[in-house]
Design a protein around this ligand. Structure first.
Ligand code: GAP
Length: 440
């Protein structure tokens, strides 16, 4: 099967998962809108992550901080400085480098003849550009000096600057985590591969506060947990998930150790999540810049220290693209395309179909739909042949099809059809709810 990103993009538009932004105006580069199925899938994925973090782990709590924050935060975090460097990008592997790291005389370099330090390809590096990735805006009615603010390029900083308030309010003891899901914005030079790299995206980040010295152990723990999440919870093919460790030249300015979790997309292995040991870099910087004491008081040991932070940082849109890429299946034998999405996160759980639009079948089908609706997302469909209706739902990733026929009127039985195998069986109407509930 030839699984290409173009085929996935086309299915996403056709079935209402993802649309190019501002389509009727010819599109707006590197921004995407999520259609009816896309938003259901995105919500299901983020709820799965949220539950995993804040429900399964008693010592992780949630937060929702603002997109706009005090501009000094970005000076402290290093984003104002680090994002102002001359940058070159590799068009092959999307890695970004500071041009002056190649040579102080970087203006003399012939970039077309230069090899990418990460993937080794020659001729794919862009010319250096002075570039700040942050989107600038102005706060208040008059645009003047002092009103400048930035759209956050990561959600993490909102957690760092709130960490003491959260800790005080919830009386959390170290080790503890703070989780957040929210929009982030980066003025990416090279935005490509559909929703993989965009200018507006969502992050799901968790910052885990530990005692210095216990950071390496926590790093190992979180690497395992996050890796296993992809195939155990999300249902992604295990052999398509791997780690990539950042070597010195790749390490972000804040990280002591960093690992990417990568997925094998149709366009190659690429990062979906980063696990970083950020040490006390961020808290120390915020302490210096704000003048506030940000140490944690460890009561049992009667000592104060700045916690180290292990960060797990996933892109929600990339996770969604992972799910879409992994579940796309061309069933050549049966001439259909199936999105084999894990039923737990499938946008719609069941389609309810009266076999024909007459003889009282729609009324019975409607009654069943009404009974199932409060429990999970279903759709009612009576348009077209039953085969076409099933195939439409195969592309939408709907795991169960319920058909009401003339026999249903006699004995209250229905046909349930399983998406992947197309197996069908007859079950009693009153068994539908539990059968589906037990499988999602
Ligand atoms: N707080 C750390 C941080 O932001 P990052 O590696 O720059 O680290 C973390 O980003 C995750 O956010 C990435 O693994 C990716 O999933 C997602 N991400 C980053 N930039 C993105 C973009 N332009 N479009 C979509 N997702 C992006």
């Amino acid at each position: 099967m030839d699984k290409t990103i173009e085929k996935i993009v086309s299915l996403c538009k056709r079935r209402g998962f993802v649309f190019q932004s501002s389509d009727i105006y010819g599109g707006f580069s590197a921004v995407y809108d999520y259609g009816p199925l896309g938003i259901e899938l995105k919500n299901n994925i983020s709820q799965l992550w949220w539950k995993e973090m804040t429900q399964v782990h008693e010592n992780i709590v949630g937060l929702d901080s603002g997109i706009l924050m005090h501009p000094k935060i970005w000076e402290a975090s290093g984003h104002t400085g680090a994002f102002n460097d001359p940058l070159v990008d590799c068009k092959q592997c999307n890695a970004r480098f500071r041009a002056d790291e190649f040579s102080k005389e970087y203006k003399e370099i012939d970039w077309k003849e230069t090899q990418c330090p990460r993937c080794g390809t020659t001729g794919m590096l862009t010319e250096p550009r002075q570039f700040n990735l942050m989107f600038k805006t102005s706060v208040g009615p008059v645009e003047e000096k002092g009103t400048e603010a930035f759209l956050r390029p990561e959600t993490a900083q909102g957690i760092y600057v709130n960490y003491q308030l959260v800790q005080g309010a919830m009386r959390t003891k170290i080790p503890f985590g703070i989780a957040q899901i929210g929009k982030a914005f980066r003025n990416e030079i090279i935005a490509r591969n559909f929703i993989f790299r965009t200018r507006e995206f969502e992050q799901m980040e968790m910052q885990y506060f530990v005692k210095p010295g216990l950071d390496d152990k926590a790093m190992i723990e979180w690497k395992t947990k996050r890796h296993d999440f992809y195939y155990e919870k999300l249902g992604i093919t295990k052999s398509k998930i791997r780690f990539h460790e950042h070597q010195n030249e790749e390490l972000a300015h804040y990280a002591k150790e960093a690992w990417d979790i990568e997925y094998e997309f149709p366009f190659g292995w690429s990062e979906i999540e980063g696990i970083h040991n950020r040490t006390d870099f961020d808290l120390r910087r915020h302490q210096d810049f704000s003048g506030k004491n940000l140490t944690y008081f460890d009561q049992p040991n009667n000592e104060r220290f700045l916690p180290y932070i292990i960060e797990t940082s996933a892109g929600l849109n990339r996770m969604l693209l992972t799910v879409l890429s992994d579940s796309y299946w061309e069933d050549i034998e049966n001439n259909r395309v199936v999105m084999k999405i894990n039923p737990k996160i499938a946008p719609v759980k069941a389609v309810i179909c009266p076999l024909v639009k007459k003889d009282g079948l729609p009324e019975k089908a409607r009654k069943i739909a009404e009974e199932l609706k409060p429990h999970f997302k279903i759709i009612y469909d009576q348009q077209g042949s039953i085969g076409k209706r099933y195939y439409r739902q195969d592309e939408a990733g709907t795991p169960f099809g319920i058909t009401i026929d003339h026999q249903s009127l006699d004995d209250n039985s229905v046909t349930i059809r399983y998406r992947d195998s197309q197996r069908q069986e007859r079950i009693s109407e009153d068994k539908i709810l539990n059968l589906i509930k037990n499988n999602i």
